[in-house]
Write a protein of this length. Structure first.
Length: 322
């Protein structure tokens, strides 16, 4: 169980390299949602997503175990690899990132610009992950997991900021990929004994965690394409699923159409960019709009790294095809 001392130690690591992110209210957003909405702007982190935090905490721990110049490898669709490359550079490490073939060219370019060696393999994240494991064994690279308690600890620092600045929230909607973010929120909620309800938001095209959390079925579920690629998880992590099952209030499944509309709302009401996963939290709130009427609710805008052609389609009123 994460303690306040451990969380504050993680925050010290994070704040050496980035500032706390804003928590803003936006009146136009309140009008759309029918309640008071606070946006936790993790899109303002140095790599454009909350994953910068976990990567710093993870690499700081690795720096206590490995010399400068050590090589690491991980699988990614974008934000995880980008943030790991950024943190690795800070601590003097080398990183290779394995991405699925057909992955976002813009995300690939950003990961490479950050100094990572890019490898394309497979048609899904899971196949890219298997390749990363194989390379790790064959080339003796240190494998970076996609879910890890150091990543959770880093993610929990944004929740610490949230609960300290807004201690009387009725609910917080959290996008769910592999689970580092929502597990961090649940850990911070326990530390601060907040009464806030934590609602996990997944893509209806990738419902594996719904099955894992609601029934304990860890077999995964086939996922359909979604432009919210940060939510495209087919195989849930057992440790993450157990934490979520023990603490989440409930889960909401949102469609690509709902996510696209949430991106448009965020752009109109706040002029912030959001990637698909980043807008999923608002999409979840909008789906449950009647339930939270007049309440005080937070949404986590977990990232902004959306491809230009997808944003073009969304602003034109269309839903991107993944």
């Amino acid at each position: 169980m994460l303690t306040l001392a451990a969380l504050e130690e993680a925050a010290t690591t994070v704040y050496r390299h980035m500032a706390p992110t804003p928590l803003y209210g936006w009146p136009l957003l309140d009008q759309h949602a029918g309640c008071q909405v606070l946006v936790k702007h993790e899109n303002h982190a140095p790599t454009g997503s909350f994953k910068a935090r976990g990567s710093l905490v993870y690499m700081e721990a690795m720096a206590r175990q490995h010399p400068s110049g050590t090589s690491f490898i991980t699988a990614t669709r974008g934000n995880h690899g980008l943030s790991m490359a950024w943190a690795a550079k800070i601590y003097g490490f080398n990183v290779a990132s394995v991405v699925p073939q057909g992955n976002s060219p813009e995300q690939n370019a950003a990961v490479q610009a950050m100094g990572a060696f890019l490898i394309e393999h497979g048609s899904s994240f899971e196949e890219a992950q298997e390749r990363a494991f194989t390379i790790s064994e064959e080339a003796r690279y240190n494998s970076i997991p996609s879910f890890h308690m150091d990543l959770v600890k880093g993610s929990a620092t944004y929740a610490m900021e949230l609960f300290r600045k807004a201690p009387r929230l009725d609910a917080v909607f959290v996008p769910m990929g592999l689970g580092n973010g929502i597990c961090g929120v649940l850990a911070a909620k326990a530390i601060f004994r907040a009464e806030t309800r934590v609602i996990g938001v997944v893509s209806e095209n990738a419902p594996a965690y719904v099955r894992a959390v609601e029934s304990g079925d860890m077999q995964g579920a086939p996922s359909k394409p979604t432009f919210a690629d940060g939510l495209a998880v087919a195989d849930p992590d057992p440790e993450a699923a157990a934490i979520i099952r023990a603490g989440v209030d409930h889960m909401v499944q949102v469609s690509d159409d709902e996510i696209a509309e949430a991106i448009r709302i965020l752009y109109r009401a706040t002029h912030n960019l959001s990637e698909g996963a980043g807008a999923a939290s608002l999409a979840g709130l909008m789906q449950e709009r009647a339930k939270w009427a007049g309440k005080r609710v937070a949404v986590v805008l977990c990232g902004q790294n959306i491809d230009r052609h997808w944003m073009h389609d969304i602003l034109a009123g269309r839903t991107p095809s993944a």
